[in-house]
Design a protein around this ligand. Structure first.
Ligand code: FE2
Length: 370
């Protein structure tokens, strides 16, 4: 295992970035064409449940917490076969997230990185987060999301200046087909400790609720929208704001079913879920606040991933939520990239029979958004 960099903070601040090709570029004029609807076949369906291809070179496999997270040592993601990647999808669906150490993933180039991630679905193109600097205006990198926090780029810090950085969320849940498997590759992490990711099991979050309360949630739908993050991008960056596409919204079940495991999961998050469809404002706010607090309190169903150089974390957004920590010293460099394959239209855990009023309300909400 590569040792954690313990360089003194002042020294690290002056060091040049290790991955200049992956430095962030913000282009306020850039536009993108969203992926659009597609048929999704989950690789996890094809996987051998014993995972012989994924784990044959593993030297150590251990759980990070009982309900979420498994660390796998000795396996190079870049060397996995198609069957190995299928098994990764299944294991991730079972455990929520997988942590791989000492990876060469950050050094194999844009094309190979995308090829591996695309195994799990077409890659999402982000509406406001930066792309790599190396290939601006090139289709080569428009699917990359760069996370960069350093003394020369305080954009992330600025964005969180007036709220808690602990915000459990699903990346891009307002997509009609939100992300499934997601790759987060750490290029440079702060010296010493800090910048961990908290990942929480929404399967367990749902199971922890009482049976009658779970029944009440099933059949409900909620509106997810990028309106909040887009307005913050404008507020924080003014003329330099990046808005590659208009605000997008989608209505999803409050409780979903994973297409491979069949397990139910809570699918509302504080970053994007705005309201419960068909409920009055006060009712909706009351329920969502309870559910967000339930996730925030869920120390017993989340894990904490500490990064080392070469760490790659993959998580399944359909059954987890995650949060940054932003606990390291301002000015220290944290540099990572994310590739975000899209997956299935969320599957409702239960389809309520109704008299059509819910559909009318759904139509009204959509019309008001347009
Ligand atoms: Fe995220």
């Amino acid at each position: 295992m590569i040792a954690k960099d313990v360089t003194a903070p002042t020294e690290a601040k002056e060091r040049q970035p290790l991955y200049p090709d992956y430095l962030p570029h913000y282009d306020p004029l850039e536009k993108i064409v969203p992926v659009g609807r597609f048929e999704h076949e989950d690789p996890g369906h094809r996987a051998d449940p014993n995972k012989p291809n994924l784990l044959k070179n593993a030297t150590k496999v251990f759980e990070l917490s009982p309900h979420c997270g498994t660390e796998i040592q000795g396996v190079q993601i870049s060397e996995l076969t198609t069957e190995g990647l299928d098994e990764m999808a299944l294991m991730c669906a079972e455990r929520g997230c997988l942590v791989f150490r000492d990876q060469d993933f950050g050094n194999i180039g844009f094309a190979k990185q995308k090829e591996i991630a695309r195994h799990f679905g077409p890659l999402h193109k982000h509406g406001w987060m930066p792309h790599p600097k190396a290939a601006v205006h090139s289709s080569e990198t428009e699917e990359f999301v760069i996370v960069y926090d350093s003394k020369e780029d305080l954009r992330i810090r600025k964005g969180w200046a007036r709220k808690s950085p602990i915000q459990f969320h699903v990346d891009q849940s307002p997509e009609v087909q939100p992300p499934g498997m997601t790759f987060f590759c750490m290029l440079e992490s702060p010296p010493g400790a800090g910048g961990d990711t908290l990942i929480s099991s929404m399967t367990r979050a749902f199971e922890r609720l009482s049976p009658s309360f779970r029944k009440r949630l099933e059949g409900l739908q909620a509106l997810h929208t990028t309106a909040g993050p887009v307005s913050r991008e404008l507020r924080d960056n003014g003329n330099g704001a990046v808005l590659r596409r208009p605000i997008n919204s989608a209505i999803h079940p409050v409780v979903t079913v994973h297409p491979v495991t069949g397990k139910k999961a809570l699918f509302v998050n504080s970053s994007y879920t705005e309201r419960i469809i068909g409920w009055d404002d006060e009712e909706s706010e009351y329920l969502l606040r309870f559910l967000f607090d339930h996730v925030n309190r869920g120390q017993d169903f989340c894990c904490r991933v500490r990064y080392e150089p070469g760490t790659v974390v993959v998580w399944d957004q359909r059954i987890t939520q995650h949060s940054q920590t932003l606990d390291y010293q301002p000015g220290n460099r944290r540099h990572a990239f994310r590739l975000t394959p899209l997956a299935n239209v969320p599957i409702p855990s239960k389809i309520e029979e109704d008299d059509g009023q819910c559909a009318q309300e759904e139509e009204r909400v959509i019309l008001n958004l347009c």
